[in-house]
Design a protein around this ligand. Sequence first.
Ligand SMILES: [Zn+2]
Length: 198
Amino acid sequence: MNRKSPLRICPKKAAGLYRNTVSFRRAYVPDGKFFKASDFWRDAAADIPEVRIKLHYRSILKASTNALDELTVLVAPKQLFDNADRGCKQSNFILAHEAGHISEEHHSENAVSKYFQLFATETGVANIPPTIEELETNYAATFFLCGPAIFDLRRDALRLADVAYCDIYYIKKVRKLLEQQEFWEEMQKLNSTPRAVF
Ligand SMILES: [Zn+2]
């Protein structure tokens, strides 16, 4: 499948995303625990008065988070939410991507709807991030679903994708950061070195 993107995330930005997202994640679950993104949204809506979920029956593939006054509303197709509940990794990744917009506080920056759009390709359905912000949010979604396990190479990528309900394409992509010296240096500066095992 051709999912090449000309967009690149710099190591400094990636390290910052990791620190921020793992901290956001730790407010929900301890490291080493995994969850479905549909459960995260359900729990957030139950616990935080400003968070709502609106499921609809139209537009099969689109999900968004909307900032309306003080409210954060996840708008998603019911089918997608149900698929996430059943363990569909792609559906969970989409819902985690929407949570990534929250953890990165994108709404406070430009206060518009954030859409995660899937595109039909010859080989199936692919997510091609149209902007650097969307690509960053995919990294955040990966950090959110996997936690520090993303950099524990004892965990096989496919098995991690299964237990964390994450897109294996992004697990492999994010792990390439480990090959970059600059990324390690940034992680050390942030005092959040991943426990990578080679
Ligand atoms: Zn998005």
